[in-house]
Design a binder for this molecule. Structure first.
Ligand code: PMT
Length: 403
């Protein structure tokens, strides 16, 4: 990599909305490409009133996407593919209309749909009249986006196209590029997170074990989201068929006792601990050295209790991390979850109803209800990736109020 290419291998979606500042967009694309980024442009209908897709296509070297309902564009790179492709979504200029739509979760065009469909971080560079920017509703919308982890770049102050003077001008193209470089520059971790994920396997003999249906997807999604939100992440994983999320430190274990040992050694060096693993509560009292033969009509396996990893971390008296448990329930979710919150002395618990088809164990989606001593919050059904991001942001809010 040369000094000119600090954004090499970075995929950036540049969303352009309707506003006079759209004239700055080709310069943003060129400068991002100078740094090695691959840039794909998404335009709203309003943006095309100010600048042509052809200009953006020429500078980006990629087709410009501007419609959710264009079969040809969807066949080339559909909106979900584009949402997954992005490492960062920048909206510059971001009109008050688009800011309001994203804050409200509307999906009326390609750009706003993409903002809901992507797990990538989003940055917006507001551009509007100073009075519109100062309006209470705009400020509320921006505050909502900030709370959701959206980065707000600018706006700048000065003379506006309409003749007004004040805050609302879009920051310059080079400042957008500077913010992008800054965004991708490794920084000291904002927090250190330890998480367990996946099932454990409890051996009966050399070829048999007791386990459960956990795929590890929920825990791995949380590890990925926490890393993307600036965390240094250690993932203690049971046996799963998943690739390690980018820049996450993974420790593989098999049994509950191994998971317990690795977690307890690492916990004091972390700010937050999330127990997402489906740990076997019991293990066979004896592991036969040789394969058990099929001699008798029935077979009894005597079991002993495994250590409770989460309760042991929460009981640490020194360097105790903020402790978040999971509760996998099939009935009376709140009662059982609150029981675990209290009994294991947790700061927060994320409960899922694993009896509902299409969520919980081994599915791509999930829904959670978070409980803490004097409150609760529903995170409705969505992909585990999106849910993980919402969960980590919520945990960080609680963690930050304690520290
Ligand atoms: O892996 P996936 O297929 O994506 O599925 C995700 C999931 C359903 C496994 C996940 O969302 C989930 O609910 N994980 C917790 C499963 C569980 O074991 O829940 P529990 O209610 O039995 O345990 C309560 C808490 O204590 C959990 O945080 C668990 O990690 C922890 N525990 C339990 C037993 C034990 N010996 N040690 C523990 O740390």
């Amino acid at each position: 990599m040369t000094a000119q290419q600090t954004l090499q291998n970075k995929n950036i979606v540049l969303g352009i909305t309707g506003g006079i500042a759209a004239y700055k967009s080709p310069e943003i694309v060129r400068r991002l490409k100078d740094q090695g980024a691959d840039v794909r442009v998404v335009m709203t209908a309003g943006a095309k009133e100010f600048i042509t897709p052809l200009t953006l296509q020429a500078v980006s070297g990629n087709p410009v996407a501007d419609s959710l309902l264009d079969p040809a564009a969807e066949a080339a790179m559909g909106h979900i593919e584009l949402a997954k492709w992005a490492d960062l979504v920048i909206i510059a200029p971001a009109s008050s209309n688009t800011i309001a739509a994203i804050a409200a979760g509307l999906a009326g065009d390609l750009l706003t749909t993409l903002c809901i469909a992507t797990a990538a971080p989003i940055a917006i560079a507001p551009a509007m009249n100073q009075q519109m920017y100062a309006a209470a509703v705009t400020q509320e919308n921006i505050a909502r986006l900030t709370n959701r982890g959206v980065h707000i770049w600018g706006p700048a102050s000065g003379e506006q196209a309409c003749g007004d003077v004040g805050q609302g001008r879009m920051i310059e193209a080079l400042e957008v590029v500077e913010q992008t470089l800054n965004f991708f520059t490794p920084k000291p971790p904002a927090f250190k997170l330890l998480i367990t994920a996946g099932p454990t396997r409890e051996a009966i003999d050399p070829v048999r074990y007791i386990s459960n249906h956990s795929s590890g997807k929920m825990g791995f999604a949380i590890a990925k989201a926490a890393q993307a939100l600036g965390g240094e992440v250690t993932l203690v994983s049971g046996p799963v068929a998943l690739t390690t999320p980018h820049s996450v430190n993974r420790i593989d274990v098999v049994s509950a006792e191994q998971m317990h040992q690795q977690t307890l050694v690492n916990a004091p060096q972390h700010d937050i601990f999330i127990a997402c693993a489906a740990v076997a509560d019991y293990r066979p009292a004896l592991v036969c050295e040789q394969k058990i033969k099929k001699n008798d009509d029935d077979m009894v396996v005597s079991m002993v209790k495994n250590p409770d990893i989460l309760a042991d971390v929460a009981a640490l008296t020194e360097q105790r991390p903020f402790c978040v448990g999971f509760a996998a329930e099939t009935q009376d979710v709140e009662t059982y979850a609150r029981g675990k919150l209290q009994r294991k002395k947790l700061d927060l618990i994320a409960a899922n109803n694993v009896s509902v088809t299409g969520q919980g164990f081994n599915s791509d989606d999930n829904a959670l209800t978070l409980y803490w001593p004097n409150g609760q919050l529903d995170l409705p059904l969505t992909s585990k990736d999106m849910l993980a991001k919402q969960l980590v942001l919520e945990i960080l809010k609680h963690y930050n109020t304690q520290h």
